[in-house]
Design a protein around this ligand. Structure first.
Ligand code: DI6
Ligand code: FE
Length: 387
């Protein structure tokens, strides 16, 4: 995955050496300096990729929304349920009612499912607390996932996700509390690595999002944005203007938005599981993104409402089948590009000296098998920080 230009940078008969959890050599075995290592693992012809990076999840939350799924099967739409006080707000109630321990315990089986398919870096958003106490509780639970599992966790504060009922529909006042109360407390406690918002007709306007982004910048936190998921609010251009790490979803993005992402180097994170699960019909303009040289990442969007998915392998298959991404784009999308979308390309996402020795070792004969199968896990083993 290393190096510029397209392609996967495949190395046959490769060797990876690590010391203290950091890669010191990755390349052809024949070109490696001779060294003695106490632990040599012969991967016996298997394929090694960077450990997978899931750069967009809402995996910490209370409850589930299986009942809303049944209502949707009976004809209700995702947007109607949200407007009727269900949706994110119903998960908010369950999240507020859960303790930090309970939030962590309920997230662990989902995290384990991702890890079983080779995930070594996981982004986790808050956004189901919607007040200072519950947002901080969620972020603490997220941080602790990385303490109880061999996995790197990055956290994102998503206070501007939806309106809590007590805000009584006053979005500007709620955004003020996000900026003046929640975000400073989150930043001061070091609980978030980035700040996100939901810019949409059922979320917040670009003006409201801009206020959140200004506050994030004032606290030295990078930003990312849920943009153009259900409608085109020109959120991608706003994100680009703030130098966002990523703009995510993007089914409704137009060419102006694509150009803005390209110009700013903001990664487009595609979430095919959410597209599938809410039965969206408009697709992201992938060909236009390619033409303008936008970086494309893929993520699970694991969340109880629009995408109860805990498989990056299936996300890749969906991206290929539904969005016509190539195998190379899918694999780069869950490694190098996902790392870029987290601002972590310096430490993960490719197999290069100086990066964390995070590996996924696969029982496959060619990389396309990782994208082609549905519901089959060919992971042989997983290495995180050299272990
Ligand atoms: N868009 C999404 O797809 C998730 N959040 C967002 O802003 C879904 C959140 C949910 O329905 O619980
Ligand atoms: Fe999301």
């Amino acid at each position: 995955m290393a190096g510029q230009g397209g392609g996967l940078g495949i190395v046959e008969r490769g060797l990876i050496a690590a010391r203290g959890g950091t890669i010191v050599y990755a390349g052809p075995e024949a070109e490696a300096l001779s060294f003695t290592a106490p632990d040599v693992v012969d991967c016996a012809g298997r394929w090694i990729t960077p450990g997978l990076v899931d750069c967009h999840t809402h995996i910490v939350h209370g409850g589930n929304r299986a009942h809303e799924f049944e209502l949707r099967l009976a004809g209700a739409t995702y947007e109607e349920l949200a407007r009727a006080g269900g949706g994110i707000v119903s998960t908010m109630k369950a999240t507020r009612a859960a303790s930090e321990d309970e939030l962590m315990a309920s997230a662990l089986p989902r995290v384990d499912a991702l890890m079983a398919e080779g995930v070594t870096t996981l982004e986790v958003k808050s956004g189901y607390g919607l007040d200072r106490v519950a947002e901080m509780k969620s972020l603490k639970a997220a941080r602790r996932l990385g303490e109880v599992r061999p996995l790197s966790v990055t956290t994102t504060f998503l206070g501007a996700h939806a309106m809590p009922p007590e805000a009584a529909g006053d979005k500007d006042a709620y955004i003020s509390s996000v900026c003046r109360d929640m975000l400073p407390a989150v930043a001061a406690s070091g609980l978030a690595d980035a700040v996100d918002a939901f810019c949409d007709n059922i979320g917040f306007t670009p003006e409201q999002v801009a206020r959140v982004f200004e506050a994030a910048k004032a606290h030295g936190l990078p930003v990312k944005l849920h943009a153009e998921q259900l409608s085109n609010q020109h959120g991608a251009a706003l994100a680009a203007r703030f130098g966002a790490l990523s703009a995510d979803h993007l089914e409704h993005i137009d060419e102006e938005g694509v150009l803005a992402l390209a110009g700013a180097g903001t990664v487009a994170v595609l979430l095919p599981g959410a597209f599938y699960f809410v039965r969206e019909t408009l697709k992201s303009p992938v060909e236009m993104m390619r033409r303008h040289g936008v970086h494309i990442a893929l993520a699970s969007d694991s969340n109880p409402g629009s995408c109860p998915l805990t498989s990056l392998l299936l996300a890749m298959n969906m991206a290929a089948t539904l969005f016509r991404l190539t195998v190379d784009e899918c694999l780069a999308g869950v490694t190098r590009e996902a790392a870029r979308a987290l601002g972590r390309l310096d430490s993960v996402g490719t197999l290069e000296a100086g990066k964390s020795c995070d590996l996924a070792i696969w029982e496959i004969e060619r990389p396309a098998e990782l994208v082609y199968r549905m519901g089959f896990n060919p992971l042989h083993s997983r290495v995180w920080q050299g272990r």
